[in-house]
Every structure is written in structure tokens, then in C-alpha cells.
Design a binder for this molecule. Structure first.
Ligand code: UDP
Length: 230
């Protein structure tokens, strides 16, 4: 289960989708899929809206979260298009039913798609406010029987003891337990997602998404970034 944050898809612009970045990521995902690994993707929506930020600016939190969820679906369609241009079949399944643009989320059908070599892209988060797409990735991974959650990040190659953008002396962890991650209050993934993975012994790998070949390395289970596990 590959988790892509929306921010990554926006590239330098910071908002919307940058087709060059989406193409780069799509090519890497398609290559990894051709090697025979079953891949599902959860896409975030931070390049459009984050419910929490809109609510701080005065919007009702639930309504703002629904805007956030809808944003993730636009990202799914962009990613679907670029992966299919690489010649790999995909299906988008959304947690909010939207028959004209995607299938509804049906876990058993998602598994069947993957068995047939299709990449399944999950949009709309969990379909419920107050959650994140990190938590969605963990939940969908558990429901479709994925072996790991691969969290691709922009410009950071793992989990550090402090934000390396502001603290150049920050040290990267090769391995962290779920409890260490939570007690240190690290922010790379949200606590609900980590707790869900901990309770179900699902490993998480945090890695630099944009470095060439990294998606393939993560998917093949090579040592890369930071492993959060038991
Ligand atoms: N969201 C939600 N429920 C979910 C998933 C997402 O309400 O199950 C909303 C929430 O407002 C969130 C936004 O969608 O801020 C975009 O998702 P997220 O922040 O996880 O995207 P990312 O940071 O990964 O780009």
C-alpha cells in the first residue's frame, strides 16, 4: 500500500497538480507494478484543502473535511491517467460514491483487481471527517491484506529526531518502534494511523518519494528510509 501525500503532486507550485511530477511518480509506480508486485495507492489531498486549516479560518470542520476528501479524488484521477498512459491498468475506488468517475469502495473487488494486475487507487479518504489519508492508508492496507504501508514523502528520506529543514544536525532513524514514534510526538505520519498499524502489526516505511527508483526499492522490500514496526 503506497501512500502519496497531495503536497507531493503539486510540485513547486504548492497547489493543484503538476503534471511533470505526477508523470514521474506514475512511471515509477507502473514500473514497480510490471515487476509483478500487487500495488494499491491511497492519495492525500493537502494540495487542495486540509479540513483542519479551513476550520481554523472559520469553516465548519466536517464540511471542510468533505472538501478535503473531494480534493483527494481529483488527485486520484490525475494519477490514474498518467499510470494508464504507461500502459498499466488501474481502477479508482472512492469512499464517497461518485459513479460517473470511479467505482465505489468495494474491498473484495479491489483485491480482485490487484490479482488481475491492476493498480487500485483509493480516493475520498475513509469517507468520514476527522480522519486523514494516512489513517486511510493503514485501514485500507489492513482490509485488502497489504503487507506494508509505504509512505512516500517529498524532500525527506525518512523519520528524523527533529525537522531536518530547520535542524541540520537532526538524526535519521533506520528503525523505530510504533511506541517510540508515538512517545516522541513525531509528525511525519499521524498518530491514529500509527496506532492502527501498531495494533495490527502492520509495518510502515517512510521514504523519499521523488528520488529516482525509490518506489521500486520500497515495493521490493529493500532497506530504504525508516522502518516503523514492532
Ligand atoms: N479527510 C477526511 N477524512 C479522511 C481523509 C481525509 O476528512 O478519511 C480530509 C481532511 O480534511 C484532510 C484532507 O481530507 O485534511 C486531505 O487529506 P490529508 O490531509 O490526509 O492529505 P495529505 O496531507 O496526505 O496530502
Amino acid at each position: 500500500m503506497l501512500k502519496l501525500s497531495g503536497e507531493v503532486l503539486a510540485g513547486e507550485k504548492g497547489i493543484g497538480v503538476d503534471p511533470l511530477v505526477v508523470r514521474l511518480i506514475a512511471r515509477q509506480i507502473a514500473e514497480a507494478a510490471r515487476s509483478g508486485v500487487q500495488i494499491a495507492v491511497v492519495v492525500g489531498g493537502g494540495n487542495y484543502f486540509r479540513g483542519k486549516e479551513l476550520s481554523l479560518a472559520g469553516m465548519d470542520r466536517s464540511r471542510a473535511d468533505y472538501m478535503g476528501m473531494l480534493g483527494t479524488i481529483m488527485n486520484c484521477l490525475a494519477l490514474q491517467d498518467f499510470i494508464e498512459k504507461q500502459g498499466v491498468e488501474t481502477r479508482v475506488q472512492t469512499a464517497i460514491t461518485m459513479g460517473q468517475v470511479a467505482e465505489p469502495y468495494i474491498p473484495r473487488r479491489a483485491v480482485r483487481h490487484m490479482e488481475k494486475g491492476r493498480i487500485v487507487i483509493f480516493g475520498g479518504g475513509l469517507g468520514a471527517p476527522f480522519f486523514s489519508t494516512d489513517t486511510t492508508a493503514a485501514q485500507r492496507a489492513l482490509e485488502v491484506g497489504a503487507q506494508a504501508v509505504l509512505m512516500g514523502k517529498q524532500g525527506v528520506d525518512g523519520v528524523y529526531d527533529a525537522d531536518p529543514k530547520f535542524h541540520p544536525e537532526a538524526v535519521r532513524f533506520d528503525h523505530l518502534t510504533y511506541s517510540e514514534f508515538l512517545t516522541r510526538g513525531l509528525k511525519v505520519a499521524d498518530a491514529t494511523a500509527i496506532a492502527l498499524c501498531r495494533d495490527n502489526s502492520l509495518p510502515i516505511v517512510v521514504f523519499d518519494l521523488l528520488a529516482e527508483g525509490n518506489i521500486g526499492r520500497a515495493v521490493r522490500g529493500e532497506k530504504i528510509g525508516t522502518l516503523i514496526g514492532g
